[in-house]
Ligand binder design. Structure first.
Ligand code: GCB
Length: 612
């Protein structure tokens, strides 16, 4: 069962200091770290003691809390006590915002379950396991990378482990609003959707109220506790007035006017409050239409990395800093790479007026033929959709990033696209693709016989080969057929050729769909200066951006862009001493919050775009 954690839900926070045991040799299960009783007599042999173990803060990654854990990959056991007063006619859930990557949870020594995947929420019902007074919860979190995982072994971001998002005890009535989805119909005439109750319905009624205007919509539940919603959109604006006598139109959400309505959903003795915006997003030929009008997406990519201190972004102030920088850059759009970011980030984008691209971590090469891997990817996709489906900011569900083409990969990603559409037909489906140039000197061998994954980044540069003047780059990835919008990653001037090569590059897209250039960029260390041909200088990065912007000015089908990226981030693949020091330096802003020169190049371009 999954419910979005509406801010109105009654919760007890379990955030704070937890006891921790680092378990590199995986002794925890055999030594029963999940049992927290103390030794009964002085002769009892117990080789662990949570109370005297070091603490870790929750939420938080462990890597940036303790120097010895910076590169650690393996299990860490977390434990804490909390007191609980049982209440009549209440059901109780233990809710985890996200734990990376594989987790097992025990309450008072009883195993509640397991969860796979590092960026989506999960919960367990604990109504019957909770005891009056003191309770103990133990979580084993293991961030070991797995060949069959999503993502698999190689990523260009830090493998932050731990209880990276909040932990909460959630109390709800015996029958409660489990989830709901309210959205504007594609013709903008009605608000459609559903409400799902969990538990046995008694009154079989639900009411959806908009306190701002006084409009209340009531309908009945099916025996399964589900209500299908459908009412005229203008009814929200008309409030208590008759629609036939009222000319008011629903105020739509947009980046310029991020209008949210307070919505109260009640029934069966439960009531949840949310803030929801209404808008449509669709494509027409090679255009993206927001509320029926063409929009150019002035975007930026970003990781969920905390400004100024590095580590996972975990507080609203971290999210606010990142999104405020995106606004200062002139953005109306953010690509949240390469995994679901925290829920507050999405809610904040809703309030600040930023369209979002949300992605699951199907990154580079994964086990396309493995049914369990597909189930895992689908579960992550389902859970992020169920979490964020009511956020007007979300415009795109991205299935993947830079996946090497093969029949199995295309089948896998098409199956994900279909699944996403079945869950949510109101968003655009996309994927960040490599171009498919086949003219390079190297053959398209994507993995070697030993099964070692090659880095698709290098494959891309190999494929394009030496660049001359007037190069044409082709995008004919067969996956495009299943997408609404083509996400195009390219690194002309960094992994491919020289920055100036962009000027002569022409693009050909086999499918007549909108294109977002979802990545381009170059590493630059803040305050490292040199000439425009010297790698890692701010001048080199500026040079790449200037030539890229020249190229994009005449790229066909272009509907937006999200260069790589807002801020420098930690990556174990980036060891260059004195420059990278385990940071990917493609940020327009350094990890300490300093703006590099290229920031202003893009800002100027976006200001001019916005004025057009
Ligand atoms: C890419 C990846 C991104 C990397 C970036 C880079 O193509 O999508 O995750 O961080 O290139 O800097 O190499």
């Amino acid at each position: 069962m999954h419910f979005p954690l509406s801010p109105s839900l009654p919760t007890i926070s379990l955030d704070g200091a937890w006891n921790s045991i680092v378990d590199p040799y995986e002794s925890g299960i055999s030594s029963r770290y999940y049992k927290t009783e103390k030794p009964q007599s002085k002769s009892d042999l117990v080789e662990f003691d949570y109370d005297h173990s070091p603490k870790l803060k929750v939420p938080g990654d462990w890597n940036t809390q303790r120097d010895s854990l910076l590169f650690y990959e393996g299990p860490v056991w977390y434990q804490r006590n909390f007191s609980y007063q049982r209440k009549l006619h209440r059901r109780v859930f233990l809710y985890f915002g996200a734990t990376n990557y594989f987790s097992r949870v025990w309450l008072n020594g009883t195993k509640l379950g397991e969860h796979v995947g590092g960026f989506t929420p999960f919960d367990f019902e604990v109504t019957d396991q909770l005891v009056e007074g003191e309770n103990s919860v133990v979580v084993e979190v293991d961030n070991t990378r797995r060949l069959d995982g999503v993502p698999s072994l190689k990523t260009d971001w830090w493998n932050y482990g731990g209880l990276t998002r909040g932990v909460k005890v959630v109390e709800v009535p015996e029958t409660f609003v489990e989830n709901y989805f309210l959205h504007l119909s594609s013709d903008r005439k009605s608000v459609d959707g559903w409400v799902q109750f969990n538990g046995k319905p008694v009154k079989n009624e639900v009411a959806i109220e908009f306190p701002e205007t006084g409009f209340v919509y009531r309908t009945l539940l099916t025996p399964e506790g589900r209500a299908n919603i459908g009412f005229e959109a203008s009814a929200i604006a008309c409030g208590k007035k008759l629609i036939s006598e009222c000319k008011a139109a629903l105020e739509l959400w947009s980046p310029e006017n991020p209008k949210l309505f307070k919505v109260v959903i009640s029934g069966e003795g439960d009531s949840v409050t949310d803030e929801i915006g209404f808008r449509t997003i669709e494509t027409r030929g090679t255009e993206i239409l927001l509320n029926g009008k063409p929009v150019f997406l002035r975007g930026i990519s970003m990781h969920e990395e905390a400004p100024f201190r590095s580590g996972r972004a975990i507080f609203e102030e971290n999210d606010r800093t990142l999104l405020t920088w995106a606004k200062e850059l002139g953005c109306n759009f953010v690509r949240m790479a390469h995994y679901p970011h925290n829920e507050d980030m999405v809610r904040l984008a809703d309030r600040m007026g930023l369209l979002l691209w949300e992605e699951i971590p199907v990154y580079w090469d994964i086990q396309w033929q493995n049914a369990t891997t597909l189930e895992n990817a689908k579960a992550q996709l389902r859970d992020v959709i169920l979490r964020d489906q009511n956020r007007a900011a979300i415009a795109f569900w991205s299935m993947s990033n830079e996946t090497p083409i093969s029949a199995e990969r295309t089948r896998f990603l098409k199956s994900l696209s279909t699944y996403a559409r079945d869950l949510d037909a109101t968003r655009l489906i996309t994927s960040a693709l490599n171009h498919t140039d086949k003219t390079g000197p190297f053959s398209r061998t994507l993995s070697d016989p030993a099964g070692e994954y090659l880095d698709t980044r290098l494959i891309t540069s190999a494929l394009i080969g030496p660049r001359g003047s007037g190069t044409t780059v082709v995008q004919d990835d067969p996956l495009t057929e299943a997408l609404d919008v083509i996400g195009q990653n390219e690194y002309i001037g960094w992994y491919e050729g020289k920055p100036e090569d962009a000027d002569n590059t022409r693009w050909t897209f086999a499918f007549n769909k909108p294109v977002i250039v979802s990545e381009f960029g170059a590493d630059a260390q803040y305050n490292l200066h040199g000439d425009a041909q010297t790698r890692f200088t701010e001048e080199y990065q500026v040079n790449v951006f200037e030539h890229q912007l020249n190229m994009l000015a005449h790229m066909p089908q272009l509907a937006g862009m999200s260069p790589w990226l807002l801020m420098d981030f930690r990556s174990p693949r980036r060891p260059l001493p004195g420059i990278q020091d385990y940071f990917n330096r493609k940020g327009l802003i350094s990890d300490r919050g300093q703006r590099k020169r290229a920031f202003y190049i893009l800002q100027k371009f976006y200001r001019e775009k916005a004025a057009q």
